[in-house]
Design a protein around this ligand. Structure first.
Ligand code: DX5
Ligand code: ZN
Length: 218
């Protein structure tokens, strides 16, 4: 694992000023974009047209987290638009292998997301198909929830699976990440950290990103 990656989540940004909100976190590794469809999760955010505009409005690579039904059908277009990483939930996918391949052949990294109650052990055989593994540390749907501490063991298990399998897979953590919880997630072996309210709720979002990066290094 290299330097910790920080991915601010625009879910906690002002949706009327997305270009400015992206500029406010320049220097972030990825910009995390939460796509929600009101079916897989009880919230509705944005989709392809907004991602298409945002990608032109920022140099930060987009990390699209699809909390949607039928990702087999709806995920590949985000890769075709030029998102860096396209993550979908295993709970929603009919054929996660084929969907990962479609994302990768469109030029993006492919990510597998697990809700807090979804077992990692049941899906280990899928990991060779993916570039990133998103361990949810809150129930997906909303920003500003508390980090579920019991997920630290799942992060550690993901780290062990990656290392023992010699996989080229980034372990990403999403939900309740702040300057305090990021230390536990980093100690358990995560590579990439999504943070919404801890970044956009701060007076100085760029400084919040720097602080998170420092906390993850310790
Ligand atoms: C929740 C989203 C997260 C959210 C995290 O469903 O997947 O990316 O933005 O927000 P915080 O960091 O506030 O928990
Ligand atoms: Zn997310």
């Amino acid at each position: 694992t290299g330097a910790p990656m920080i991915a601010p989540s625009i879910l906690s940004a002002d949706f009327a000023r997305l270009a400015d909100e992206a500029a406010a976190v320049a220097g972030s590794d990825w910009l995390h974009v939460d796509v929600m469809d009101n079916h897989f999760v009880p919230n509705l955010t944005l989709g392809v047209p907004v991602v298409q505009s945002l990608i032109k409005a920022t140099d930060i690579p987009l990390d699209c987290h699809l909390m949607i039904d039928d990702p087999d059908r709806w995920a590949p277009p985000y890769a075709e638009l030029g998102a860096r990483n396209v993550t979908f939930h295993v709970e929603a996918a009919a054929d996660p292998r084929q969907t990962a391949r479609a994302i990768k052949s469109a030029g993006a990294l492919a990510g597998l997301a697990l809700k807090p109650d979804t077992s990692l052990a049941d899906h280990l055989d899928l990991l060779t198909e993916f570039d990133t593994l998103l361990v949810m540390t809150v129930e997906p749907g909303f920003g500003g929830q508390a980090f579920i501490d019991a997920m630290v063991d799942k992060i550690a298990a993901a780290r062990r699976a990656v290392d023992s399998g010699h996989l080229r897979l980034l372990v990403e953590v999403d939900g309740g990440v702040n300057a305090e919880t990021i230390e536990r997630a980093a100690a358990a072996g995560a590579d990439c950290f999504v943070a919404g309210s801890a970044v956009y709720g701060a007076d100085d979002p760029a400084d919040a990103v720097r602080r998170l990066r420092e906390s993850a290094r310790r």
